[in-house]
Ligand binder design. Structure first.
Ligand code: ZN
Length: 293
C-alpha cells in the first residue's frame, strides 16, 4: 500500500515535469514567432519600381519587398499617402522610389521618417519626364541603381543583388520584342496624349510632333484640341499613342477628324504584381501598335 502511494506521487511528479517542460517548449516557440524578425523590409513607391526591386531582391536572404498602396486611376503625381502607408513606412528599413519628381509626397516621408534611407532609382539618369520606366534602357539603369543602393544598405546580400540585377536586365533586353516597329516607325511622325509615351516613341526612333499630356482629369481648351488636330493632319502623323482612361475622348475626335490611327497603351502604373509583368505589358503595347499600322 505504502509502495503504491510512493509510486503514485512519483508518477505525478514525472507528469508535472513533462507538462511544464512542454509548456516551456510551446511558450518559447510561440515567443520566437512573435519576436521581431530579422527581415529587411524594402518598401517601394509604385508598380514599376516594385517590379524592378522585386527582381533585384527576390533571391536575397531575409528580404521582403512590399509596395505602397496605389491610386486606382492615373499616376502617383498628386497622390497622398494613406494612414496605412505611413504605418508601413514606420516598419520599413528602406524606401525605393522612382524619382524624377514622380513622388510628390516625398517631403512628407522625409519629414516623418528622417532616418529612413531612400534609394532614388532615377539618380544620375538623363530623363525626359517622370515616367522613366517606359524606356527599356532607362528601366534597366533603374534596376542597376536599385541593386547598388540595396548593396550599400544590406552588404551581406550585395553579390545576390548585383547578379539578379544583371540577369534581369539581360532578360528585359532579350525578351522585350519591338516586333520590327523600330524599323516601321523609324523617323515617322507620331503624336502622344500622355507624356509617358515620349519614351515609347524614342524607343522606336519616331518623332513626337504633337503632344498633349492627359495623365489626369483636366480641362482641355478648344484651341488646344484644334492645334493638336491641325498638327496631326499637317505633319502626316501615322499613329497617336494614348492612355485610355484620360485619352479616349480626345482619341475619338482624332479618329473622326484625321487619318491617324489611335492606339491605347499601358503605362504600367496599374496591374497585378507578377515579376515578369514589365516585359509582358511592354510587349502587349508593341503588339497593339503593330496591329493598328
Ligand atoms: Zn504619370
Amino acid at each position: 500500500m505504502k509502495k503504491n502511494k510512493i509510486l503514485f506521487v512519483l508518477l505525478m511528479l514525472i507528469s508535472i515535469t513533462v507538462v511544464s517542460a512542454c509548456g516551456t517548449y510551446f511558450y518559447v516557440k510561440q515567443n520566437t514567432k512573435e519576436a521581431p524578425s530579422k527581415e529587411l523590409l524594402v518598401m517601394t513607391s509604385c508598380n514599376p519600381t516594385y517590379l524592378a526591386t522585386l527582381n533585384v531582391a527576390k533571391d536575397a536572404d531575409g528580404v521582403m519587398v512590399q509596395n505602397l498602396s496605389q491610386p486606382s486611376t492615373g499616376c502617383l503625381h498628386d497622390y497622398t499617402l494613406t494612414t496605412e502607408d505611413m504605418k508601413n513606412l514606420s516598419k520599413a528599413d528602406v524606401l525605393v522610389i522612382n524619382g524624377a519628381g514622380m513622388e510628390g509626397y516625398l517631403e512628407d516621408v522625409v519629414k516623418a521618417y528622417p532616418k529612413l534611407p531612400i534609394i532614388d532609382s532615377s539618380e544620375g539618369l538623363d530623363v525626359e519626364n517622370s515616367h522613366v520606366w517606359m524606356s527599356e534602357d532607362l528601366y534597366q539603369a533603374q534596376v542597376k541603381n536599385i541593386a547598388a543602393g540595396l548593396s550599400k544598405i544590406d552588404s551581406g546580400n550585395a553579390a545576390t543583388y548585383q547578379e539578379s540585377a544583371e540577369r534581369y536586365c539581360n532578360i528585359v533586353a532579350g525578351r522585350v520584342d519591338k516586333q520590327g516597329l523600330d524599323e516601321d516607325l523609324a523617323g515617322a511622325n507620331v503624336a502622344i496624349l500622355h507624356e509617358a509615351f515620349e519614351y515609347t516613341a524614342d524607343s522606336l526612333g519616331a518623332n513626337v510632333v504633337a503632344d498633349m499630356d492627359l495623365d489626369e482629369e483636366r480641362q482641355v481648351s478648344a484651341g488646344e484640341v484644334r492645334d493638336f488636330i491641325a498638327t496631326v493632319q499637317d505633319e502626316n502623323v501615322k499613329v497617336v499613342f494614348a492612355e485610355y482612361d484620360y485619352g479616349n475622348a480626345m482619341g475619338k475626335l482624332i479618329t473622326e477628324q484625321t487619318d491617324a490611327k489611335v492606339v491605347y497603351l499601358e503605362t504600367l502604373v496599374h496591374g497585378d504584381y507578377s515579376d515578369m509583368d514589365y516585359i509582358s505589358i511592354l510587349n502587349k503595347n508593341y503588339a497593339n501598335i503593330k496591329n493598328v499600322l
